[in-house]
Write a protein that binds this ligand. Structure first.
Ligand code: GTP
Ligand code: MG
Length: 170
């Protein structure tokens, strides 16, 4: 097992390409109400989890929920790809505003794992360039990720992800 310290009343930002297992990881380690996902928010504002035109409104809702939960002192997990520095920056700004600690958990699986999993999903029909592009964005941003967050956990490969045990710290 590998113990990952997370802030007990702060923000946990999951980072990983589509198919890396973020939603699966979130379900395994957190209560449903602790997890705010971009899919949920997109569906909430459009009745369609994959409506890309709803992305702006979806993230506005996501940020609103995150801000409210952090203000109320609740552990909050963001389940979205977060591979772009810009997407993480807006979440970090929300955490800073609320004086909340933030940590990142990177789920780094081999490209073929993500691609094969996505191919088996009825709820995902991704163009072939999407996962490779997200992996490039993630790689490019890994260094700055360590500057952005006080604590970054990088889980490399399926076994490390499986072995993770989360330890909330006050
Ligand atoms: P997006 O929402 O598209 O960004 O992907 P995601 O990172 O949330 O991936 P998700 O957790 O939905 O996992 C994708 C598929 O892989 C799902 O069908 C999961 O059941 C499967 N999966 C995820 N994690 C694991 C794992 O640790 N082991 C196995 N065997 N399957 C997994
Ligand atoms: Mg997901």
């Amino acid at each position: 097992t590998r113990e990952l310290k997370i802030p007990a009343t702060g923000l946990v930002v999951l980072v990983g390409v589509s198919g890396s297992g973020k939603s699966h990881f979130a379900r395994r380690h957190f209560r449903p109400t602790q997890v705010v996902s971009s899919d949920f928010c997109r569906a909430a504002v459009s009745d369609d989890e994959s409506d890309q035109a709803a992305t702006g409104d979806a993230f506005e809702l996501l940020h609103h929920i995150v801000r409210t939960r952090l203000r109320r002192g609740l552990l909050t997990v963001v389940d979205a790809t977060n591979v772009q520095p810009r997407s993480r920056e807006s979440l970090l700004a929300v955490a800073r505003d609320q004086d909340a600690l933030a940590c990142a958990i990177v789920l780094d699986v081999p490209e073929h794992v993500a691609v094969e999993r996505n191919a088996a999903r009825p709820d995902r029909d991704l163009a072939p360039h999407v996962v490779p592009r997200q992996r490039r964005e993630l790689r490019r941003g890994l260094k700055s990720l360590h500057r952005e967050f006080k604590r970054v956990h990088v889980l490399t490969g399926v076994d490390e992800i499986d072995a993770a045990v989360l330890v909330p710290e006050r």
